[in-house]
Design a protein around this ligand. Sequence first.
Ligand code: MG
Length: 385
Amino acid sequence: MSPVRVAIAGSSGSIGMQTLDVVRAANALEGQGRYEVVALGVGSSVDVLIAQALEFRPQVVAVANPALRAQVAAALPFAEVVADFADLVQPADVVVNAVVGFAGLQVTVRTLQLGKRLALANKESLIAGAPVVQPLRSVPGAELVPVDSEHCAVHQCLRSSAFAGREVSRVVLTASGGPFRGRTAAELAEVGVEQALAHPTWKMGPKITIDSSTLMNKGLEVIEAHELFGTPYDQIEVVVHPQSVVHSMAEFTDGSTIAQLSMPDMRLPIGYALAFPARIGTPFGRIDWSALRRLDFEPPDTATFRCLSLAYAAGRVGSTAPAWLSAANEVAVDAFLQVRIRWHQIAEVNEAALDRYEPSADSTVDDIIAADARARVVAQEVLPA
Ligand code: MG
């Protein structure tokens, strides 16, 4: 069997590093050369890139920061050093897009245009970029496999039905509920940054951890689920499930529900996307059914966690509204992390910014980027002094 050639855009971040973990583990178990890392790219973390490249010997490496390219070229004489993440795509069979921000959109576009498999962890590609990305999914060979525990779960559930599009009656995304599950708005009035950053089940960066505390992360995942699976918003539900063992579910027209369960470890969705439609031979943790005493489910408290409803509202508007909300939220979260606003004001800023949404005439990449930039200005304007 010829090796699966893997490119990783954003290899120094958490998803990038865990992708290399999966490659190491799969090659150790299934034979060296099962996966071949052919391309790696980073923004500025060149020390990490050089160490990764010396281990995996990619043909091409991308360094976004121009000042650091010569240093990388000197350290890696066997690799071509490029500026653009999109140039990582050509030599690969599967491209892991773990770029943070709009730079990831071009990786998604190029991968799908070239008819390759995209393991997608870049949020902008679907939340903001859907109008541009969706048409490219019909390019022959192009395949979008989500690298997110919830969407990976739904993807797996839908595989069990040969008629998934017609037979699905509901997609149910699970949410851990974050650190503030069960607390009332009044109790949350005074919470600080450290409390919001203390996530009970997943270890993630500060932005996504705050988004998980407000349920904005789940709201953005609702938009992604709509874009990925074509499920109408009325048929996407969120249920709070604190154990994070059921990663999401699909309900079918006859009332049957299929859920995907596993230990919470991002290497599972990464390995799923690398191996699809096969499966990797290495489990990253198995469920111990004798230790798993209970699985709890409860409806989300949308009065306290208002960001969830705002995301549904932006999703229903469509076009550049999700890009607008997502950009406003970045401003709000940033202000919270800098202790300029309180936790409950994140939702207030998002709501005020969404109320001032300015529709775009079209939804090209430029329109999306312009909407994002404009939303950041508007969010700054509505920030409480
Ligand atoms: Mg998720």
